[in-house]
Design a protein around this ligand. Sequence first.
Ligand SMILES: C[S@@+](CC[C@H](N)C(=O)[O-])C[C@H]1O[C@@H](n2cnc3c(N)ncnc32)[C@H](O)[C@@H]1O
Length: 400
Amino acid sequence: MVTAGSSSELIEVAEGRVRLFTYDLSRYRRLNGVYEPAWLPVFYNPAAVLSRDFSILVASTLDLRESIVLDALSGTGVRALRYCSEVSNISKCFANDIDTRAYELIVKNIALNNLQDRVEALNDDANVVMYKLKKSGVRVDLIDIDPYGSPAPFIRAASWGVRSGGYIGITSTDLASLSGVRPLTGSRRYWCSLTLTDVPRLIALHVLVGYAARVAAELDRYIEPLTYIIGGFFVRVFYRIRRGARKADSMLSKSMGYLKYCGVCGFREFSRQIEEIRCSMCGSRISYVGPLWIDGLVNQEYIEKARRSLAVYTYISSHNQLSKLFECQTTEIVDRPLAPYDIVQLSSRLKVSSPKIEKVVNCLKSLGCKTVRYCGVTTAIGTDCSYIDVISCVKQLTST
Ligand SMILES: C[S@@+](CC[C@H](N)C(=O)[O-])C[C@H]1O[C@@H](n2cnc3c(N)ncnc32)[C@H](O)[C@@H]1O
């Protein structure tokens, strides 16, 4: 008889260039038929391949040489195995998981891929591992944090444990908290005032990066975001982190601020400080979401490299999606805060049918405003035009 979690339940799957033993997801379904990866004895979600493919592509663009990677919450070991087999210039990967069954599976998967000399399994709390590696003088170049839910408990140790000039990749599936759907939980976890807006995914991204920036700054470090992805159930960001107290100060004053948001009329703009408490458009009480990151989220040098890397990674299953993402991100150069709008949401607020997003972008650009599309939310844009100008472009394009 097969008991839950017994190794006779294991099946072999392939992902990227690696093979994996994993528990058979088809046995772990909800009553409504939906698969539930979190019920597996060791977590593995085939649907998260997009996040892993993205991470491989990004890692291939980083300034790495004979590098060391820590996959701090590894599950089956899939990320560590993929980093070590698919990205050149990575010489060693640690695959850590606190769960003993996960650790045992990681050991099996390392052997399955013949990577015993380059991938090492660890079985400890991720925070302990990050502090211990640092204490023992291991220079970790890239730390990958891919937890259940919130990454907040791991960001401090990652910021401390990675070498100066190294990289951190963070996933959050904690979108309800980050985006203001559950504002109290979000405030508690990310030290941030939250309210639900009509651009929840974008707020989640800016709050997460802002939190990472403030944790780095506490440790006299500063961050430079490289790229991000917004998936169906997650956001993931990559950033570079370096030592420097003065630069941390400049980062906080240039890149951190608030989104002023009026839930009544929809007015919003980024501001560096909390200013007036009434909406300048309708006079209602205004909400401040923040502190959050109000600066750019992509670095063009890395995006260009990622686009070139796609020519090498033709085998990855998310090739088309990532190609579109990086192409979109080449247009996302931001040198000043751009207020986020979801054009479909705004149109519904204005009770008009939604115009084509590209047309709205062009209309705002023709007014001389910096305007970009937010990649990953197809209906979202960022602009430094006033709310009145955005409304007038939407209305004008609806009537044409
Ligand atoms: C979302 S899963 C990881 C999925 C994996 N990164 C992937 O791409 O398939 C989160 C993992 O973190 C592990 N975990 C939870 N708390 C941990 C901790 N404090 N330290 C290390 N691992 C932890 C869980 O056992 C679980 O395997």
